[in-house]
Design a protein around this ligand. Structure first.
Ligand code: F6P
Length: 550
């Protein structure tokens, strides 16, 4: 029992049943599972919106899935989900509601936080964003010198960067190509330097994105951007209003920075940073793709929200994906999870998911603060195919680790420039299908021998297979489909956090490094305050200072 009166996860009968089932499952091979059930491919496919989700290449039977759903029931996943959608403060360590689902709710929805319907405010901000975006896109937003803005530079980090940056790449073919849109996040000055070095300041708008408006990287970069702009334009503070807008929950800090709060686009403390790119944080994206496309994306999110909220457990895709991850993490000792999109446009998708998943579920105490006795969130990694095939797929195919993987692909390309490039798409997708096939079924020693391979090379050329994968297939990577995909992963992460009984919506683990960096900075610059440093850090700092000639 824990302090909430809940039986600990690993002491529930459902956990014990799964452990026993795992024992019996042993080394059952996917070859066997497919032989036993000839229609497994279609039987183990679910559809949500435009997404076809094939989970047949997983090390599961109907019994496994039934037991996993039993674990979800026993751990109250559905109850917590409903509490989230109702606006209850399920982020207990920060005493906050978790309502990113309200950001994509229809205009007439009613969702209350502390007795107040938040939906009208959400739509008021969306409307304000739309009007501003249209103005910029039409050349009607002019800079200090009267020239229209043509360059948009988003300055933010973490959730205030990864989401819009990822979505901008993903939806590039829907963007206004006459605009230059860039994203600056790193406090390494090289990032800002490279972003602005070839831009005309008179035509540049900085979008400063920060929920708290206190994040050191963002405020430092925004300050440097302001210095650059005013110096280049030979202008005073009055130029800031035409070249800086803010996306934040903190009007006071925005005003302190010198940004007119009329040019601030608001969001709320019930939107977690990593769940925020469909809020005001998406302004740069909206400028790039236009309000109509942005709303299509929100509709895609909402479609999956509704599916997650209402679909029966047997058909509930986020629930299924979350439970599959738990199956491998708890019972196969899988430490990581690869996300492998076969779309160049999704080049930043996995980096985005890293924050979503790892900042949410990288926890080792439960909701009461007691240490968890089970594995929590996996290491999420991956890059677009086919590039990864020529790099790390070797380890997935023939290494010693279990790496469950998601393959995401599309039937039709969204670029339409050259017929030759369209034809390349079949080659891309042939690789996409081939990889999950190879991972699942492998190649037996006998099959290798039958090819005349010398006996000493047979072990090297054998593929044991049995590597679990999910295949997510859609027609095209549209704004709606992107929204659907993101919501799918958001809710998958939710399901896992609920089962593990952790708070998926706080991020205390990022604090210590921030505090220590603040203490170390004066040691680097002034050489003072380093008395209490450990000997390793002290020596490194000393070496750094001497290399800098200090
Ligand atoms: O340091 C982690 C974090 O708080 C993330 O959760 C957040 O997305 C990021 O920093 C940026 O925070 P902000 O939007 O307040 O600048």
């Amino acid at each position: 029992m824990n302090a909430q009166g809940r039986t600990k996860l690993n002491q529930t009968p459902e956990w014990a049943a799964l452990a026993e089932h795992r024992e019996a499952f042993g080394r059952t091979h996917l070859r066997q599972l497919f032989a036993d059930e000839p229609e497994r491919g279609s039987a183990y496919t679910l559809t949500v919106g435009d997404l076809h989700v094939d989970y047949s290449k997983h090390l599961v039977t109907d019994e496994t899935l039934r037991l996993l759903r039993g674990l979800a029931d026993a751990t109250g996943v559905a109850g917590l989900r409903d509490a989230m959608f109702r606006g209850e403060k399920i982020n207990t360590t920060e005493d906050r509601a978790v309502l990113h689902t309200a950001l994509r709710a229809p205009r007439d929805a009613v969702i209350e936080v502390d007795g107040e319907n938040v939906v009208p405010a959400v739509h008021a901000v969306l409307d304000k964003m739309a009007a501003f975006s249209e103005r910029v896109r039409a050349g009607g937003w002019t800079g200090h010198t009267g020239r229209p803005v043509k360059n948009v530079v988003n300055i933010g980090i973490g959730g205030s960067d990864l989401g819009p940056a990822m979505a901008y790449e993903a939806l590039r073919s829907f963007t206004d190509r006459s605009l230059t849109v860039r994203f600056v996040s790193n406090v390494d000055g090289a990032d800002l330097h490279e972003a602005v070095r070839d831009l005309d300041p008179a035509e540049t708008l900085f979008v400063v994105a920060s929920k708290t408006f206190t994040t050191i990287e963002t405020i430092t970069n925004a300050t440097s951007a302001r210095d650059w702009l005013l110096t280049e334009l030979k202008a005073g503070q009055e130029a800031v209003a035409r070249h800086f807008v803010a996306l934040s929950t903190n009007a006071e800090k925005v005003a302190d920075f010198g940004i007119d709060t009329a040019n601030m686009f608001e969001f709320w403390d019930w939107v977690g940073g990593r769940y925020s790119y469909d809020s005001a944080i998406g302004l740069s994206l909206m400028i790039a793709i236009g309000p109509e496309r942005f709303r299509e994306m929100l509709d895609g999110f909402h479609l999956v929200d509704e599916h997650f909220r209402t679909a029966p457990a047997e058909e509930n895709v986020p629930l299924l994906l979350g439970l599959l991850g738990i199956w491998y993490g708890q019972f196969f000792d899988a430490q990581s999870h690869a996300v492998l999109p076969y779309s160049h446009y999704l080049s930043k998708f996995t980096a985005y998911l890293q924050q979503l998943d790892m900042e949410s579920n990288g926890k080792s105490v439960d909701r009461d603060g007691a240490p968890v006795e089970w594995q929590t969130g996996p290491v999420v990694w991956g890059t677009p195919g086919t590039n990864g095939q020529h790099a790390y797929y070797q380890l997935i195919h023939q290494g010693t680790k279990t790496v469950p993987a998601d393959f995401i692909g599309f039937a039709s390309p969204v670029h339409d420039l050259l017929p030759g490039l369209i034809a390349q798409h079949d080659l891309l997708m042939a690789n996409f299908f081939a990889q999950t096939q190879a991972l699942a079924f492998g190649k037996t020693p006998d099959e290798v021998r039958a090819e005349g391979v010398p006996e000493e090379l047979v072990p090297h050329k054998t593929f044991r297979g049995n590597h679990p994968t999910t295949t997510i297939l859609a027609d095209r990577l549209t704004p709606s489909v992107l929204g659907q995909l993101i919501a799918l992963y958001e809710h998958k992460v939710f399901v896992q956090g609920a089962v593990w009984n952790i708070d998926s919506f706080d991020q205390w683990g990022v604090e210590l490094g921030k505090v220590l960096a603040k203490k170390i900075e004066p040691v680097l610059t002034e050489g003072t305050g380093g008395e209490n440093l450990d000997s390793s850090t002290a020596h490194l700092v000393e070496t750094y200072r001497s290399l800098r000639g200090r």
